[in-house]
Design a protein around this ligand. Structure first.
Ligand code: FDA
Length: 302
């Protein structure tokens, strides 16, 4: 019952003002976000890489309504690539990009143009890019941008959400050779007309999509903390070479399991950083009621 409320709050400007103005929130946010700036992100990345984990970096921000803000997000990614190259962290690393932060909702091809610049800079330093998937109204546009980017940058990946009814159909075009697909359950509040609503239905849809990806010729990225999903993925991957798929988890969630999997498999951690953490943080609270309790306790225990 709480999840839809928290997901609605994730999009509320008024709630954003309240929650981000409380200094105590910060301590809880730090569990899920590597820090406000690139320096903090680099520190987290070094630690993860020392532990044998790969990374994908997300410069936080979404739903940009201002061209200047979209440009600033693009610039933040360009700085990230420079820093990764300078510090010898680029090889094998990935950047996760939300097209809504690059101007997807603004007129023209702004998001595509920014994404092209980002891909071009990532390619120069030997990094890859994966497009995050946002709410269902953006899926057509995101897949269209993906198709255009892949003409010049065939290594660009995309996230697909098992909860969306359309995903099984979308996968038909995404299982070809070289196609990098991150399979997630889906983090947005969606209506029943477009998305499975029960946990059970979403999990079953996830497994169907996973089977399809594992049987295909692409590069499946299994992004879930769910132990049953991880087990199923391991058994489906038994026929594949270890270099032909990877696991992914979010920064701060099931860290011990991340390190355990990394001993025998490719394991990538999604590392968000930046000051605009509100929407990301609220989705993490919505995923797990215990996170909300932890968040509320941090107020009461002061
Ligand atoms: P599930 O929610 O069933 O959780 C399984 C178990 O994992 C829980 O019982 C708990 O132990 C642990 N867990 C899960 N979430 C937790 C949390 N917030 N805090 C603490 N423990 C938690 N979504 C999207 O719509 N678009 C996207 O682009 C992405 N990108 C993305 C990248 C990566 C690398 C990951 C791992 C996830 C995403 N997601 C996403 C989020 C995804 O859609 C989903 O909301 C979360 O991964 C939670 O679903 P699980 O598969 O982990 O299962």
């Amino acid at each position: 019952m709480l999840s839809p409320l928290l997901l609605a709050a994730a999009r509320s400007g008024r709630m954003r003002d309240v929650i981000t103005s409380v200094p105590l929130t910060r301590g809880v946010v730090d569990r899920f976000v590597a820090g406000d700036d690139l320096g903090a992100a680099l520190e987290a990345v070094r630690e993860l890489r020392d532990g044998g984990l790969e990374v994908t970096l997300d410069h936080l921000g979404e739903d940009t309504r201002e061209p200047a803000q979209a440009r600033a997000t693009r610039t933040a990614y360009l700085r990230l690539f420079e820093a990764f190259e300078e510090q010898g962290l680029a090889g094998g690393s990935d950047a996760s990009v939300k097209l809504s932060a690059l101007g997807q909702a603004l007129p023209g091809d702004l998001a595509l143009d920014h994404a092209r610049e980002i891909c071009s800079a990532a390619g120069r330093v030997g990094m890859t890019v994966t497009l995050d998937m946002e709410d269902h109204t953006t899926v057509d546009s995101t897949l269209e941008v993906l198709g255009k980017l892949r003409v010049d940058f065939p290594w660009v990946g995309v996230a697909v959400q098992a909860m969306l009814r359309r995903t099984e159909g979308d996968l038909r075009d995404l299982v070809g050779e070289g196609s990098r697909v991150r399979l997630v359950k889906g983090a947005y509040a969606e209506p029943a007309s477009v998305a499975f609503q029960s946990r059970h239905e979403v999990d079953r849809a996830y497994v169907r999509a996973l089977r399809r990806l594992m049987r295909g010729d692409g590069y499946p990225m299994v992004a879930s903390h769910d132990p049953r999903i991880v087990e199923i993925a391991l058994s489906l991957a038994a026929e594949r070479s270890p270099a032909s798929y990877e696991f992914q988890m979010l920064y701060g969630i099931r860290a011990a399991e991340q390190r355990r999997l990394a001993q025998a498999h490719q394991m990538r951690v999604y590392v968000p950083y930046g000051a605009d953490w509100y929407g990301y943080f609220m989705r993490r609270l919505a995923e797990r009621p215990a996170n909300l309790a932890f968040f509320l306790r941090s107020f009461v225990s002061r």
